[in-house]
Design a protein around this ligand. Structure first.
Ligand code: FBP
Length: 551
């Protein structure tokens, strides 16, 4: 197989482990901390997790390894959307497992959690692993979005583990997958299967974080990739001086990706969904806000600009959320067929007009026709509008154009549109993600070796050089609370949205007025893999600000 020179060079890159894990497996011991409690709803969570609740947080340190020597067969699963660094979690896990005992075995279950249920797997060896070191993607075994959540699935999983003599499962996933990892750990413990479960925090969206987990892996590389592209567009805009660029960036609901890109590139506009919701902003308010920037810049001869739009923003606009709920209702069940059978858009339009409340129809009516049609074309398996497929970058530029026309604006406004999502999810992991992910995997095996279950592999102090990183584990139940999901009370890991009183948003808020009127662009350039640490190894501005550091 032909490979690029960068890929070849990256095979040789030796990821940096936290200082405390560098002594060799036989010199890593455990320091137990205090017992933990869930972040809320303690009694309910405790009752649901009688075997795994309240365990101690732990850190690793230099000292004699006192774990029980036994042969381990471990299974690993990649769950959900791709995030740069997933391969390195598996490489770190594999290296620690083999370093401990060359007879240990690592199974990779294919195409996500369904691989465990279908007993579809590969057994890793050195040659297989070496072909994926420090590379992006999840193609080492594939990923999937099947949820492991029913007792029937758990029973099958237990049988599959028994058949192969598997003693632990590592689940690499986001908040939902790690919630399910905790439930699986509890099931395995309650049924005395002897199988441990360890989670690893993944998602480019950056919404799996809390006081214990400083960031999910992949966020660093994905935002650096988007920021490189946004910076390049800013420079193009500032050179040609004739286009406004509307750039949608991924992040299903939280706006961490958009905010980090804004901190990196200082665009004229960046919408933050959480602020839109908190201030109950309407589509027209948002359009007017962007139009103010277009006008102010136009007056100074700057008929160009860059606006970052978070993927999930429309769902946070209250009037739009209501419209979507009504459309879901309008097309529920058999009604969708009747709608689809209508021969023309004009006939469909009348059907919609008759079916929506006057309030929601007024919102629908101001949308460009292409967006109106998108709301009716794409449905998810539950019959809901797929909000992530709405071209909100086009929606907002069209609304701004209308506002400017109504204001009698005589200046120029030419909009171009971009969506940066899949471009960033499988990039070669930055040095930070290569190091962080390898450490998470290596550390996951240390947790297994010491017999822990229902824990998340935890590596912290991440804004400092890797020598100062702290490795350990956190009971997943500590991060849980009870939330209403699909009409039921469920124990879940709380999703971390952008905090409007947090340091990253505050920094953005303090500067955005100037950025909207002037040209303050910053150009991050491409991710650098080789060179000085301050160019190659630094992680996100979000984390630096959260840690009280200067940016
Ligand atoms: P995860 O939460 O599973 O990590 O995935 C996040 C994400 O990348 C979102 O940013 C995006 O909205 C979504 O996945 C896209 O999903 P798909 O890959 O199924 O198109």
């Amino acid at each position: 197989m032909k490979i690029s020179s960068l890929q070849k060079a990256r095979y040789e890159y030796q990821p940096k482990l936290p200082g405390m894990l560098r002594h060799g497996i036989s010199d890593i011991c455990v320091k137990e901390g205090s017992e933990t409690q869930s972040v809320a709803d303690q009694e309910k969570i405790k009752a649901l997790f009688p075997n795994t609740y309240g365990k101690k947080e732990i850190t690793f340190q230099k000292g004699k390894n006192t774990s029980v020597a036994k042969k381990h067969s471990v299974g690993v699963i990649l769950s959900g959307g791709q995030a740069p660094g997933g391969h390195n979690v598996i490489c770190g896990l594999y290296d620690a497992l083999k370093e401990t005992n060359p007879d240990n075995v690592l199974y990779g279950f294919k195409n996500g959690p369904s691989g465990l249920i279908e007993d579809d797997y590969v057994v890793f060896d050195d040659a297989y692993i070496n072909a994926y070191r420090n590379t992006g993607g999840f193609d080492i075994i594939g990923s999937g979005r099947t949820k492991l959540e029913t007792n029937e699935q758990f029973e099958i999983a237990a049988e599959v583990c028994k058949k192969h003599g598997i003693t632990a499962i590592v689940i690499i996933g986001g908040d939902d997958s790690n919630t399910n990892a905790a439930v699986l750990a509890e099931y395995f413990a309650a049924h005395n299967t002897g199988v441990q479960v360890i989670g690893c925090p993944k998602t480019i969206d950056g919404d799996l974080k809390n006081e214990d987990i400083e960031c999910s892996f992949g966020f660093d590389t994905a935002t650096k990739t988007y920021s490189e592209l946004i910076g390049n567009i800013e420079r193009d805009a500032n050179s040609a001086k004739k286009y406004w660029h509307f750039i949608k960036v991924m992040g299903r609901s939280a706006s961490h990706v958009a905010l980090e890109c804004a901190l990196e590139t200082q665009p004229n506009i960046c919408l933050i969904s959480e602020e839109v919701a908190a201030k109950k902003q309407s589509l027209s308010e948002i359009a007017n806000y962007i139009a103010d920037s277009v006008e102010a810049r136009g007056k100074k001869g700057m008929n160009f600009g860059v606006a970052i739009i978070p993927e999930g923003v429309v769902e946070f606009v209250p009037e739009f959320g209501k419209l979507i709920a009504e459309i879901n209702e309008l097309l529920a069940g058999a009604k969708a067929e009747a709608f689809n059978a209508l021969p023309t858009w004009a006939a469909k339009y009348e059907f919609i007009k008759a079916g929506l409340t006057a309030e929601s129809f007024a919102v629908f009516d101001i949308l460009p026709q292409s967006i109106q049609q998108q709301l009716f074309l794409e449905r998810d398996p539950h019959g809901n509008v797929q909000v992530s497929l709405i071209e909100s970058e086009k929606l907002f530029s069209a609304l701004v154009k209308d506002v400017l026309a109504k204001r009698g604006y005589k200046g120029k406004f030419n909009a171009l549109h971009h969506f940066f999502g899949y471009e960033g999810r499988c990039a070669f992991p930055s040095n930070f993600d290569s190091d962080y992910c390898y450490s998470l995997g290596y550390n996951a095996f240390m947790l297994i070796q010491y017999g822990y279950t229902g824990y998340l592999s935890k590596v912290s102090n991440l804004s400092k050089p890797a020598t100062e990183w702290v490795a350990g584990g956190m009971p997943i139940t500590k991060m849980m609370n009870i939330e209403r999901r699909h009409g039921e009370d469920k124990p879940v890991i709380r999703k971390a949205l952008v905090e409007l009183d947090g340091a990253p948003f505050k920094y953005f808020e303090a500067h955005r007025e100037e950025w909207s009127k002037e040209t303050c662009y910053t150009y991050p350039g491409a991710i650098q893999y080789y060179g000085p640490a301050e160019v190659c190894d630094l992680t996100t501005r979000t984390l630096a600000l959260e840690k009280g550091e200067e940016i």
